[in-house]
Design a protein around this ligand. Structure first.
Ligand code: ATP
Ligand code: MG
Length: 555
């Protein structure tokens, strides 16, 4: 705002204009630039052409009355209404009242007008009008801010929320740039602060990005204000600091940069408030003096941004829960149909064997007797195995499976399991075990490893109905152990290969070989718990090679 105010005197009497000019120019508190008009037409034209802060208007002009002048001025639709002080004659209070009704700010009686009265009246009128202008601008901004807040809150997902926030705030604050940073989203960011484990990632920005980021500046701001309880902000004292701050920093070119910065706090009303990120408005030079009401608006919008982010997080959590529920329901119904189907065959065999033994047991020789008992035992074991597998799967599905790694003696472990499996083999099969490299220093979970090896071996045996060699090869290097289970069995059709890790999934070439399609899903989950990977290579009718690679120690 200029220190010199411009005043238009609209009066047809040159002497009077001279007097007012003299009075005003001698005001010790304010400097003026005076414009003069001897007629209404000239006066109105001047208002259009030049910037005026106020008009001193004679109530009777040659071409128009003062009241008509006021009406004409209104018609001009100036960007901001001009304060008018009406000069009336003695005893013309009626006109004065009418003038005030039509929008004049004040009136003065021409006769015996004292300099200090004129000075004070003009000063007051202009000051009031300036205040009014400021107030309307603040009001307008508040309304805009409310609309922006609404649009932020109505945005559906995180991406849209931050995009709306930065774009709208940059326009509202008329600044160079508005940026949203997220904390802790990118652990690989090399600009992190080691001590605070503080990671800032630029999520979204609006405006010119010519100016450099000031990540270090923001990081130290956060560290200074929120340590030692960074991340989880506790107590009201720390929360009270969560107001917008203005930071002025020098960049390398020695120019000053003004940042307006506020932490975005989720759950702000509760004790467990969490810093989600930072909202930063940026002006490339220090010419910008952030005004109190702008800082206030910035604070309010940061709060709306936080609420919108929180809502979108809750929404995606709810969606995830319902997705998991859907999957669980699908799992349960699949379970019921598979279990009833898989149980029917062994149960029928058990029933048949038990009935035969009961009804004709006395007529059967010892060998037949033993054969029927063996059927009952085998089928009951098969059913027990099904139940065990289902219980394991249920644990993984509900996220209840535990990983408890311990230093592990792999050679003994592999040898024992391979020996157990050898006992179940027919003469047509051969099972060999080979070890190479350094397998020492491995930490693993025995139960999970057993699941992996037993399932892979049982598949290799089961899907080699014509026999052949089954080879287990255990290898080790400095960081990993790797093992293969290789068979010469029926192989896997290429089109089935990718889906076999899904629950209840079986290849099209299994024929009458029994199975529920759970083993590989269990193996995969156990490998993942160890932080490892597995691959399957196979060719139909040639054989299958499963490779498992596990880190020696999960960091
Ligand atoms: P379960 O292991 O639950 O008793 P399953 O053996 O059918 O039943 P998975 O171990 O998950 O289930 O294997 C899924 C499918 O992958 C099998 O049905 C089979 O089609 C195929 N498969 C797995 N291993 C082999 C293999 N070594 N050779 C050929 N096919 C295999
Ligand atoms: Mg299996």
């Amino acid at each position: 705002m200029s220190n010199v105010w411009t005043l238009l005197i609209a009066d047809d009497c040159a002497e009077d204009r001279e007097v007012y000019r003299e009075y005003l120019l001698s005001d010790p508190h304010q400097s003026y630039q005076i414009l003069e008009a001897a007629s209404a037409e000239l006066g109105l034209a001047l208002c259009q052409k030049k910037h005026c802060d106020a008009i001193l208007l004679d109530f009777r002009l040659p071409d128009m009355s003062g009241l008509e002048f006021l009406d004409e001025l209104k018609q001009q639709k100036l960007p901001v209404p001009l304060p008018v002080i009406m000069l009336t004659g003695q005893g013309d209070e009626r006109i004065a009242v009418q003038a005030m009704k039509r929008g004049a700010q004040d009136y003065l009686v021409k006769q015996h007008l004292q300099p200090d009265v004129l000075q004070l009246t003009v000063r007051n009128a202009i000051q009031q009008s300036h205040l009014q202008k400021q107030f309307s601008k603040i009001q307008e901004r508040q309304q805009l801010a409310a609309a922006v807040a609404l649009r932020i809150r109505q945005s559906q997902n995180l991406e849209k929320i931050v995009q709306t926030a930065v774009t709208e705030m940059q326009q509202l604050l008329e600044c160079d740039r508005v940026v949203v940073y997220q904390i802790g989203a990118n652990p690989d960011d090399n600009r992190s602060s080691e001590s605070a484990k503080l990671y800032l990632t630029k999520l979204c920005e609006a405006g010119s990005s010519s100016s450099a980021d000031a990540i270090e500046l923001f990081t130290s701001f956060l560290r200074d204000n929120y340590q030692p309880s960074f991340g989880e902000v506790e107590g009201a004292t720390t929360l009270a600091k969560a107001k917008a701050s203005i930071i002025v920093a020098r960049n390398r070119k020695k120019t000053q940069q003004a940042y307006l910065l506020v932490p975005v706090l989720l759950n702000n009303q509760e004790k467990s408030a969490r810093i989600w990120g930072l909202l930063v408005a940026h002006q490339g030079s220090n010419q910008r003096q952030w005004r109190t009401e702008e800082v206030e608006i910035f604070n309010q919008l940061a709060e709306h941004l936080a609420v919108a982010i929180q809502q979108s997080e809750q929404l995606s959590q709810a969606l995830m829960v319902s997705e998991t529920e859907k999957q669980l329901n699908a799992f349960k119904s699949q379970l019921v149909s598979t279990v009833s189907h898989e149980y029917r065959t062994p149960l029928a065999s058990i029933l048949m064997a038990a009935t035969t033994l009961k009804q004709h047991g006395d007529k059967l020789d010892e060998t037949k007797h033993q054969q029927f008992l063996q059927i009952i035992e085998d089928k009951a074991r098969q059913m027990a195995q099904l139940i065990d597998d289902l219980l394991v799967i249920e644990k993984f599905e509900l996220g209840k499976a535990k990983f408890r790694p311990l230093p592990f003696e792999l050679l003994q472990f592999f040898s024992d399991i391979i020996e157990q499996q050898r006992q179940t083999l027919s003469d047509r099969h051969e099972l060999t075990f080979k070890i190479t490299g350094n397998t020492k220093g491995f930490w693993g979970d025995g139960q999970l490893l057993r699941q992996i090896l037993v399932n892979l071996l049982s598949n290799a045996i089961k899907y080699s109905p014509n026999g052949g060699n089954i080879e287990v090869h255990l290898m080790g290097n400095d960081s990993h152990i790797i093992f293969n289970v290789i068979d010469q069995g029926i192989g896997i059709p290429i089109e089935d290969k990718d889906r076999l890790f899904q629950l209840f999934s079986r290849a099209s070439n299994v024929g009458s070989i029994s199975g529920m399609g759970l083993g590989l899903a269990i193996v995969k989950a156990c490998v993942q718990m160890h932080g490892g990977k597995m691959t399957v290579e196979s060719q139909e009718e040639q054989g299958t090679k499963v490779t498992v690679c596990l880190p020696k120690r999960l960091s």
